[in-house]
Design a protein around this ligand. Sequence first.
Ligand SMILES: *Cc1c(COP(=O)(O)O)cnc(C)c1O
Length: 433
Amino acid sequence: MSTSPKSNASLFERAQRVIPGGVNSPVRAFRAVGGTPRFIQRAQGAYMWDAEGQRYIDYIGSWGPMILGHGHPAVLEAVHKAALDGLSFGAPTEREVELAEEIIRLVPSVEQVRLVSSGTEAGMSALRLARGATGRSKIIKFEGCYHGHADALLVKAGSGLATFGFPTSAGVPAEVVQHTLVLEYNNLAQLDEAFAIHGHELACVMIEPIAGNMNFVRASVPFMTRLRELCTKHGALLVFDEVMTGFRVALGGAQSVYAKLIPGFKPDMSVFGKVIGGGMPLAAFGASKDVMSQLAPLGPVYQAGTLSGNPVATACGLATLKQITQPDFFEALSTKTRQLVDGLTGAARAAGVPLVGDCEGGMFGFFFADALPQNYGVVMATDKERFNRFFHAMLDRGVYLAPALYEAGFVSAAHSDADIAATVAAAAEALRA
Ligand SMILES: *Cc1c(COP(=O)(O)O)cnc(C)c1O
């Protein structure tokens, strides 16, 4: 399709002159896997085409939002129509109300939401609200979970439970993360100990319930059960970061998955992004009316945004939600994703390569390992060289996987059985090689 004479390499070279590392978000630079990032020219359905006209089956889906595939006609029509009515007003619109109503309808733990423009902004605002609502400062997060790049959340674990974390980024003062305690994911003993010491001073615990920023790792049911009990007992808010899992692993997000396994389970606060924007900058955080009423203009916790609830973004999000709420949408998506994971593990078995995988709804992960990892340390100890070789072998065969072993993958409704089969065939070839 492309008539562009430009190569990925020449664009990357040009980009590196004017943009740090040539990219506007670090993982796009292929640093983990090496090689030249593909400059995408256009996308349709399950496919993306790069500047050289090479086609890829896309398993990144813009890191999650493109659950319908690229260029869904109903979504494009909604965006087009909204754009003609105005790009931004800085005043309330009916569509914001509609989107809030829809989120609340689909996620029972949420009684009110506020719309923002990115997952980072939503996570940062949720954290401030949790602190404002509880009057406490300390928070717990887990190693390997990513909640956007707000200062207080860019932290790695300290050397003991009484010591708080260290910044993982330059430019974050140690004082800013001194209230952030980082624990190992799925580690019940650490959780118990941390609450025993700090429970009374914790504003919240923030968690990716199914972690997608250390590939794909589920919080175990005993761990989640205990976490809920401890938060309730100590008056800390349990914040589910569902920026990736929301409207992706199930219509009601990961919390609906845990609610099926743990009677009466719900988080206190939820953070959304990615799918609810359908590919436009849109995110949200929500909780009970009681907690949300602490936000300005009702309460003392300040939070605002010029483009918050943007009319084009809300149109895109609503049109996307309309499609994924069709009967059997998630059943079909789950079946397809399961087919892919089973295909990959089957191909690996046939090739004698240790590979395990897992999925929920339209989100999946696979590891070059003998068993599914339960925490970040184990994920990062899986076979990186093998992953990188596999990544490039797949890319050469027209399959675009996430360019790092610590990222989850995504299947869209536009991926056909033939696309999945072609992917599995490419994997079989790559794994034999
Ligand atoms: C992507 C992501 C974020 C950050 O969202 P941005 O829109 O990139 O700022 C936060 N939390 C999780 C779990 C994510 O996957």
